[in-house]
Design a protein around this ligand. Structure first.
Ligand code: BGC
Length: 751
């Protein structure tokens, strides 16, 4: 691809701007950045810190009036450093060309987009992927997403979301890795590696973005955009480690968030962004604000007006303003009036330019704009195979009484019931901005593809109109038509496959819920069917843990199928009929009722943890303390036996924990062996258990393997209130097993 003349000129200007001694040396990225920076006016620097949303059909005529025309003028004047939501090789090229050729310095734009679980070919929603506990598969899935995204001109994704959350009322749990910090950190690393690859300058890798820094997942009552108020123990030990893991894995950008944290909007939080991220962690990429979050510091009651917001955001370390118009309109004045030191601007611009250099945008600003690649790679068959594999690994078998599953092909009369079984859109899940509607393989198509004979009845309508990303999903609560027909079909069948759950757009941003049962009339339908036929397999589709206590009590088999993306129907069909043995494990606790929330396995002990004959112990009068399904739970068509727990503490910095795991059933399978520890007495109390290691192991029927997991200081220690990392001597409890509640236990001591 041809370099633009402007970029070549810039390169000449670098040399002009550099002194002779430097010239003789190798041009490191930082030297190039500094040289370019020295050529920039204050206005151009602030321009780099400004990000606009795509605003007109780029390949159509130039916008004539209003906001769009202003943005267009700003682009031509070098007052924009990045665009989001401009997609397609042709569109990106056109905009890039405008900037490279018409601005004074021709600094290329970086193009960002929410590529969350794929671009066109969709993998399962991130929460589902995390249920695989398969880091290699997760990395590969992000690689597929990056391959397609980079083929449509994009070079930056706003992913992974690494927010830990313990509250399934919050719709965005679908976008993260669940409730656990250790698993979340491993998944964060895998996703960053998958998006960014080994070399960011390759045209098929894109910059990743760890978001939302920080604690957005702790929104009070699970209500979107709500207040977060947590102590340092939770912030340091639960919230920050996945961000740190992303930084350690080389993530090039961070996004802050909408929430306040302990009274300070995170977008304006100096402690988080400067002291921790750019200070202690030495992060040298850049921080983008969340959408308009710089401006939202005004309604938060933290800034007087947009100008004040710009001042506070920049000082606190928010390097790029996404759609607040605060920096572009007010930062220059803030600098000129002495409110913001120009050094702060220089630091932000350096960070942004650094990433642009690393992406190779100065070598070739059009390197991501290749229509041939675009045509070849979107929906590529290898990507389909990759996301199918990911989907197969993400399914979680919650219950399988009497080994109802797997079913034998065409030996029983099968009924399939539920509107979601015939849905090609909802299973794509939320946060799929680049995808095409109705491109999922539906459950009915998956079954047909596998050669299964079945009869289908939709049952009552579940969702009232075409759901989309922007609007509330309307659920049918009243119209029972279709119920009778479904029940009649169930009655004449031998097995009933009920496909029920949430719509894909009932989770995601802005989708908080207070009721977490299966929506609408679906539970009523299930109960009616149950009256005539109890041989039911419930296939659940959902973007968050649901409260399914009646279902768990009464339905013999429950398969958690989340929203599995493009290959949904194939993955489900193969699993129901034994071509895939489920191996997923829950990355989030399933509560019995909403009143238990937040409920999570790694809680602290109260002073009164044990049952008493009176009421004065930590419990509910009307609900159990235990969850419905614990974190880490997931069954298989085979069974696994654990034995011989051994703990070797000879090397105190590498405590090894080993266990024998046997596939004691009749089919081959995979088990996620999970290691939890409990630091029994510490200067800052520790949770009753914490995941600190796991291994997904494949075992043939009858096979036994020894699994060894190592606890280093990184796993044994914790952060105190001053953010010091401590490993304290004393006794530790160990649990190694099949989920967070069940396994072999032991103890060891650190001297
Ligand atoms: C979300 C971010 C997202 C951004 C850009 C915001 O509403 O919170 O996660 O990356 O929009 O689409």
């Amino acid at each position: 691809m041809k370099h633009s003349i402007k970029v070549l000129c810039i390169i000449c200007l670098y040399f002009a701007a550099m002194n002779n001694t430097t010239m003789a040396q190798e041009n490191t990225t930082d030297q190039k950045v500094d040289s370019l920076l020295s050529l920039m006016t204050l206005e151009e620097k602030v321009g780099q810190m400004n990000q606009y949303n795509g605003f007109w059909d780029v390949t159509g005529p130039a916008p004539q009036g209003g906001n769009a025309a202003t943005k267009y003028e700003h682009l031509k004047k070098g007052l924009v450093g990045s665009m989001l939501n401009v997609v397609g090789a042709e569109e990106v090229r056109k905009l890039q060309k405008l900037v490279v050729e018409e601005t004074r310095l021709g600094i290329p734009l970086i193009f960002g987009y929410d590529v969350i679980h794929g671009h066109k070919t969709l993998a399962p929603i991130p929460l589902a992927e995390s249920a695989s506990w398969d880091l290699e598969a997760i990395e590969k899935s992000a690689r597929i997403a990056a391959t397609e995204a980079s083929a449509v001109g994009l070079n930056w994704t706003f992913a992974p979301m690494v927010d830990i959350s313990r509250d399934p009322r919050w719709g965005r749990v679908m976008e993260g890795a669940g409730e656990d910090t250790y698993l979340g950190a491993q998944v964060a690393k895998a996703r960053v590696k998958g998006f960014q690859g080994d070399d960011l300058s390759q045209p098929n890798t894109i910059a990743a973005c760890a978001k939302h820094f920080a604690a957005y997942g702790f929104a009070e009552a699970g209500k979107e955009y709500n207040t977060v108020d947590i102590g340092t123990s939770t912030l340091f030990n639960t919230v920050l480690p996945p961000f740190k893991a992303a930084a350690d894995a080389g993530v090039r950008t961070f996004m802050n968030g909408f929430n306040i944290l302990n009274g300070i909007p995170v977008t304006g939080d100096t402690f988080l962004q400067r002291d921790i991220l750019k200070g202690k962690w030495e992060f040298d990429g850049f921080v983008v604000s969340d959408w308009a979050s710089i401006g939202e510091m005004v309604p938060h009651g933290f800034a007087n007006n947009l100008k004040h917001s710009a001042e506070l955001g920049a000082k606190a370390g928010s390097d790029m303003d996404m759609e607040s118009y605060a920096y572009v309109n007010h930062l220059v004045a803030n600098v000129k009036e002495g409110k913001v030191d120009e050094k702060i601007i220089d630091d932000a611009v350096r960070r942004i330019l650094r990433v642009k250099f690393e992406l190779g945008l100065f070598d070739d600003p059009y390197r991501y704009c290749d229509e041939e690649r675009e045509n070849e790679l979107l929906y590529h068959k290898d990507h389909q195979a990759g996301v199918l594999d990911m989907a197969l690994k993400s399914l979680v078998l919650l219950k399988n009484e009497g080994d109802l599953l797997p079913l034998q092909k065409n030996q029983q009369k099968i009924a399939v019931i539920g509107e979601l079984a015939d849905d090609k859109n909802s299973p794509l899940g939320s946060w799929r901005l680049g995808s095409d509607n109705n491109t999922a393989v539906s459950v009915l198509e998956g079954l047909t593809g596998l050669g299964i004979d079945f009869k289908y009845s939709k049952g009552p309508k579940v969702f009232n109109k075409d759901a989309n990303f922007l609007n509330e999903v309307e659920v049918n609560e009243t119209d029972t038509s279709g119920m009778e027909e479904a029940v009649a079909l169930a009655k004449e069948s031998e097995v009933v496959l009920m496909v029920l759950g949430e719509h894909g757009f009932q989770s995601g941003e802005g989708r908080s819920r207070t009721k977490l049962g299966i929506p609408g009339l679906q539970l009523q339908l299930l109960k009616e069917v149950y009256k005539v036929n109890q041989n039911i397999v419930l296939i659940l589709m959902n973007g968050r843990p649901l409260t399914i206590d009646w279902e768990a009590e009464n339905i013999p088999s429950i398969l958690e199928a989340w929203q599995l993306g493009t290959q949904t129907g194939n993955a489900i069909a193969k699993t129901l009929f034994g071509e895939n043995n489920p191996s997923g494990k829950l990355p989030m606790t399933f509560p019995r009722s909403v009143g238990q929330i937040p409920i999570y396995y790694n809680h602290f002990s109260t002073g009164r943890p044990n049952p008493e004959p009176n009421v004065f112990w930590s419990h509910y009068g009307d609900e159990k303390n235990e969850p419905l399904f614990p974190f880490g739970h997931g069954l298989s068509y085979t069974t696994f036996e654990y034995s011989n727990l051994e703990i070797d503490t000879a090397d105190q910095k590498n405590v090894t924990v080993s266990v024998m795991v046997k596939n004691s059933g009749e089919s081959d399978g995979e088990e996620v062996v999970q290691l939890y520890i409990h630091d029994k007495v510490a200067s800052v109390t520790r949770p009753v258990k914490e995941l600190k290691g796991f291994e997904k192991v494949s075992l043939a029927a009858g096979e036994t393997k020894k699994i060894t997991l190592v606890l280093t200081e990184a796993e044994l220690g914790f952060y105190n209130h001053s953010y010091d990392f401590l490993v304290e001597p004393g006794e530790f409890g160990v649990l190694v097993g099949t989920n967070s509640q069940k396994g072999l236990t032991g103890t060891f001591t650190i001297d």
